[in-house]
Design a protein around this ligand. Structure first.
Ligand code: ACM
Ligand code: ZN
Length: 533
């Protein structure tokens, strides 16, 4: 079918039509779906049991989630019960030889019912496939065609980012965001916690940091045009450590790691407002009220700067179990460092010849500090400029050549190229049909074409490409519904990039599969863009 015709067909599907038909070709497309040729099907009805091994707390939890999912999307009422293999309609289990690392699962439907087998994460992914295959309907009886699905994700890192600094998003919304990620097979949430316009992570040893650094006097209106709204923003809007733990736990139960980011040495104006002595100028910092890149960054020549950062990162490690800790590193102009006697003195002491190396010096100190806690640094690709350490993971947002350089030198890389992965960009060409955005144009069709592995890499080097992630910067996204609208349905296209083997990817097929997923969004109340380009 021609693409235009397909789009027209999609446009004509009435919103809210309820599918009762099961289709295992979900998004992201599983690696292997073998429908039974005899055409048999198993009838799933209300009152049926989902069995899990009584010894497994995680499979109990997943069984209960499956019951909740199906209740919400179909009205079907199932119950989760331990050790009911003999008469259950759905059996969740571990394989005999279990690798907890593996995210693979096998989902079968046959005469006796449904089985989903895998590690805890594998079973969870199988549950997501089953709920999407069933789709949104109003029924208490579902005919499940016999099938064998063998599936596992292509990449180990399947992420989405959220900026909670420019605008704050509640813990409840973060949980909903995590639910959306889980539905799409994502396993990493990159949580951007600190920036020029608001510090949102509680540091117990430095209570003023969040108490004062979270507040900006006012906010620039519109497209950063120099007119301000006169309305204070952010007082009390930060995450306590207890709230962070709650988010981490909610994500963990959905097999999602939360990777926290403390931006350094740039994007630190909110912190400089609270501790002006940590800046090269030493005074005159206000939590930023506009968007962009500030010249004011942490002073690298002040010994207190590293103590400050270690205090923050030490507490961060107590709250976030993630192996990867994001230290930012992007958009840190070195203008002030060039003018600052203390920074220049530090460079002389260390024998450094340019300011980029000074940034690397800070990163290396923190890397060693984090390594003692079993952690690894990840940073935006600017950290390569001064020669990043071998063990740093690079988050590539600029040119692909930086990803090639990093991976060919044995560094792990996460791909977030702007032209495919910046979901703060517009998703339709006609800007008048969308809320004001930062600019750019990243339609669903573009997202779908991302191939995260540069073809220049050898198979050995390609293993360093850990996966891909979308970024949602929130300068122009102030409300949860807007955030969801920016995320969906683009995340569906990205999920297929992250999960599905390239030989199975097919945009026309994706477009045929998408309306069922959109029906599920509607049923679950997830806001999404209504048009596709
Ligand atoms: C970035 O978009 N500044 C990483
Ligand atoms: Zn300085």
């Amino acid at each position: 079918m021609k693409k235009t015709l397909l789009l027209l067909t999609l446009a004509l599907i009435p919103i809210g039509r309820m599918c009762a038909q099961v289709d295992y070709n979900v998004i992201p497309l599983p690696q292997s779906v073998a429908i039974d040729k005899q055409g048999g099907s198993y009838q799933l009805t209300s009152g049926a049991v989902v069995s899990y091994p009584s010894s497994s707390e995680e499979l109990r939890r997943s069984a209960e989630m499956l019951c909740d999912y199906l209740q919400e999307s179909t009205g079907l009422s199932l119950t989760a019960e331990p050790d009911r293999r003999k008469d259950a309609a759905i059996i969740l289990s571990y394989p005999k030889e279990r690798s907890t690392e593996s995210e693979a699962y096998t989902l079968t439907v046959g005469k006796k019912g449904v089985t989903i087998e895998g590690s805890g994460a594998g079973v969870f992914h199988g549950i997501q496939t089953l709920r999407k295959a069933i789709g949104a309907s109003n029924t208490d009886t579902i005919q499940l065609p016999y099938v064998t699905i063998n599936d596992e994700p292509r990449f180990p890192y399947r992420g989405a980012h959220i900026d909670c600094c420019r605008h704050f998003f509640s813990v409840d919304f973060l949980k909903r965001y995590i639910d959306i990620l889980a539905l799409h097979g994502c396993n990493k949430l990159h949580w951007h916690l600190t920036d020029d316009q608001g510090w949102r992570f509680e540091v117990k040893a430095l209570p003023e940091l969040a108490e004062q650094g979270s507040i900006r006097r006012e906010t620039v209106i519109g497209a950063n045009l120099g007119i301000y709204d006169g309305v204070e923003y952010g007082r009390g809007l930060y995450y306590t450590q207890e709230q962070c733990r709650e988010v981490v736990e909610y994500a963990r139960e959905r097999y999602i790691d939360v990777i926290p980011e403390i931006e350094l040495p740039g994007h630190m104006v909110a912190a400089l407002h609270v501790y002006p002595e940590l800046g090269c100028r030493g005074e005159g910092y206000e939590v930023w009220t506009e968007w962009g890149v500030s010249k004011d960054i942490l002073c690298a020549g002040n010994p207190k700067t590293l103590d400050f950062l270690k205090t923050i990162l030490g507490e961060l490690c107590e709250v976030f179990p993630s192996r990867l800790i994001h230290i930012g590193g992007d958009e840190a102009p070195r203008t002030r460092w060039k003018e600052c006697p203390r920074c220049q003195e530090k460079m002389k002491e260390l024998g450094l010849t340019d300011e980029a190396q000074l940034q690397t010096y800070i990163n290396s100190e923190l890397e060693a500090f984090l390594a003692e806690r079993g952690r690894t640094i990840i940073g935006w690709d600017e950290i390569l400029e001064g020669g990043a350490s071998e063990s740093a993971t690079i988050m590539n947002w600029h040119g692909r050549e930086l990803a090639v350089e990093a991976a060919s030198k044995g560094r792990d890389v996460v791909m977030t190229p702007m032209e495919f992965c910046y979901f703060d960009y517009y998703q339709l060409r006609d800007r008048s049909r969308q809320p004001l955005g930062i600019g750019g144009y990243v339609p669903v069709s573009k997202v779908y074409t991302l191939e995260p592995v540069p073809e220049e890499l050898s198979p050995e080097e390609a293993r360093h490409i850990l996966g891909a992630q979308c970024n949602l910067w929130a300068e122009y996204i102030a409300y949860p519904q807007h955030m969801e609208y920016m995320l969906l349905p683009r995340l569906s296209a990205l999920s297929e990039v992250q999960w599905t083997q390239p030989k199975l990817k097919d945009y026309d097929g994706f477009l045929r599969r998408l309306p069922r997923l959109i029906e599920l969004y509607d049923r679950l109340g997830f806001k999404h863009c209504q048009s596709l380009e």
